[in-house]
Design a protein around this ligand. Structure first.
Ligand code: ATP
Ligand code: MG
Length: 211
């Protein structure tokens, strides 16, 4: 059973967006997927609530208030934690996953916060003890802006695998509205997004993302 967490202490960085798209991706591949929402805001569970019944199923767990029990044949547990986790709470969360994706937005405030946060995660026992692998994803990228290129340089300097950027796109908003992922939308409308996700999917399938 794989445990994949999308983590960043900064609010609004794209944790829920990445978590729900990942869950939808693996479910569409025919895998048994649990989406564990550790956030009392329950954004992931809200997404799941509007997901059509005919879609490949994803099991939701309100992990912020109940024990994370998963069916025995679960293949992927995708974890969506809240913002602002640090210290002991962060240490407890980090122990739950072998693979951690950190989305970062192209904004000076987010980048400064990410610099600190990534150092905190890198110094944590699961990461130093090689029990968890981490990687970075630039989110809401607009390639025409200078700040995006600054973000890319910044992420490359953090000495953590930097996988890809996901563009700022209405596709993510529309997908969120409907309880689906971009992988469940028309391929002609989501070609760029699917391409941008490829390095994430590849990394998750490789040994590099597993201790
Ligand atoms: N690549 C993207 N393109 C367009 N909109 C995006 C993208 N990624 C995220 N968003 C939007 O940005 C907002 C914040 O994203 P999201 O809820 O995924 O962040 P979060 O880190 O889970 O936030 P929180 O810390 O509140 O849990 C949402 O409205 C989401 O739809
Ligand atoms: Mg969220």
């Amino acid at each position: 059973m794989r445990h994949i967490m999308v983590l960043n202490a900064k609010g609004g960085s794209g944790k829920t967006t990445l978590a729900t798209n990942l869950a939808s991706h693996f479910a569409n591949e025919g895998h048994k997927v649990v989406l564990a929402d550790f956030d009392p805001q329950e954004s992931s569970l809200g997404w799941l609530a509007v997901r059509g019944v005919g879609r490949p199923p994803i099991i939701g767990v309100a992990a912020h208030s109940e024990a994370l029990r998963t069916p025995r044949d679960t293949e992927y547990v995708i974890m969506d934690p809240p913002a602002a986790v640090h210290g002991r709470d962060l240490a407890n969360l980090l122990r739950k996953a072998e693979t951690i994706l950190i989305p970062v937005l192209p904004s000076p405030i987010d980048m400064r916060a990410a610099a600190k946060f990534v150092e905190e995660v890198k110094a944590s026992a699961p990461v130093t003890g090689n029990k968890a692998k981490i990687a970075l994803v630039a989110n809401r990228a607009r390639e025409v802006t200078n700040i995006y290129w600054e973000l890319e340089e910044f992420l490359k300097g953090l000495k953590v695998p930097f996988l890809t950027h996901l563009r700022d796109s209405m596709n993510y908003i529309r997908a969120a509205e409907r309880g689906i992922g971009i992988f469940e939308m028309a391929p002609y409308a989501t070609g760029i997004d699917r391409e941008q996700w490829e390095p994430i999917i590849k990394w998750l399938a490789s040994k590099r993302s597993q201790p």
